[in-house]
Design a protein around this ligand. Sequence first.
Ligand code: MG
Length: 426
Amino acid sequence: MPGSSTMLSLFNNYRARRSRSTSKSRGGCKAGATFLVIAPYYQRLREQAGILRRQRVKSPTVTATRHSPTRIRSFEVEPLDIPLIEPFGISSGVQVVARNVLVTVELADGTRGYGEAAPFAPYNGETQAGALRALRQAHDWLPGRNARTWRALAGEFFRRGGRNCGAAQCAFETAVLDALKRHERVPLWRYFGGAGTTLETDMTVTTGSPAEAAAAARAIVGRGIRAIKMKIGGRRGPAHDLARIAAVLEVSPKAPLILDGNAAFSRAGARELAMGMKKLGIVPALLEQWLAKNDLDGARALAEETGWLVAADEGCCSARDARRIARKQAAQVINIKFMKAGIVAALDIARVARAHRLGLMIGGNIESILAMTVSAHFAAGLGGFRFGDLDTPLFMAENPFRGGYKLKGARISVAHIAAGHGVTPR
Ligand SMILES: [Mg+2]
């Protein structure tokens, strides 16, 4: 067939070309061997060739980073101490001053990004000193890197020590991402998904007496905030908490109540309080982490026995935790907080929670308007958050920042923010 003879001829031509090329290449190797005899001269040639090869391989990346406007020029870390209007108490301790950390990242084009760490020792043992230490190690390797690779940088920070301090991880990621998105003129709510720009927040009644709880509830209602979160589980026991809850409901009978035990209850204590509430006809909106963070069986039983929604907070710091909680049916809601492990971890947790049809809550530690605005961007942009707890800027006696979310009654909005998270030091 004419077709097959053409194919044969093409194949023979290919073999002939391949054979010529192979022998040329082998000849090249022989020539190289001849040069080896003149060792110093050849060594110099090799070095020069090596330098050229290195330049050929590396120069495009190096040049791109060196001249990129998003190259990180500097990284600064400093304490951020903000006095509170009144002590903020939870079951395991009280904070009088928010001892946080401010991180500033500056890009080659002069754009600055800011991040906040809000370590809260009564919550998980993290401290300002620990956050400062974890963040300062980045001085050695971060400058010169490109903010466009923020997720890879977040992973590197985590491996280099961020894993020991979730608040530091959050501050690092926030500052780098903020700088990048300000440079790109993209607001974070849009970056996180663009689902929306608003959400509703609750406000917290911290630990104290029933009279103090009633006074705090009156102030919350006066602000136009509907949902009330109460810190419970203190040393004075379930009967004291029951009296505080009743006092709050006397002020605001229809307030959706989020009762946060911060992992302080025993199973018996939890049952006692729940039964006391049932007797008074109290129906809370959410039981947030009443039991120890690893007591998943207890959390499941609490939800089953009461018929109320249970949220995991201290017990859910990673996507792995979220999967375990879903598997054990130990919660119906996950409280996502950037201070637990940063933004990347929060994105992972939200993805797992959605896949398992768990409800979402956004919360935080004792954070200024900076960190809380980042969380507002996240929850509004991602969408689908049923519970919002972004109230701690209202507890601060000073605001060292300009910008941030706008609050009208209980409604938070980030619609006005044009780039990054929109918060800048004064
Ligand atoms: Mg909590």
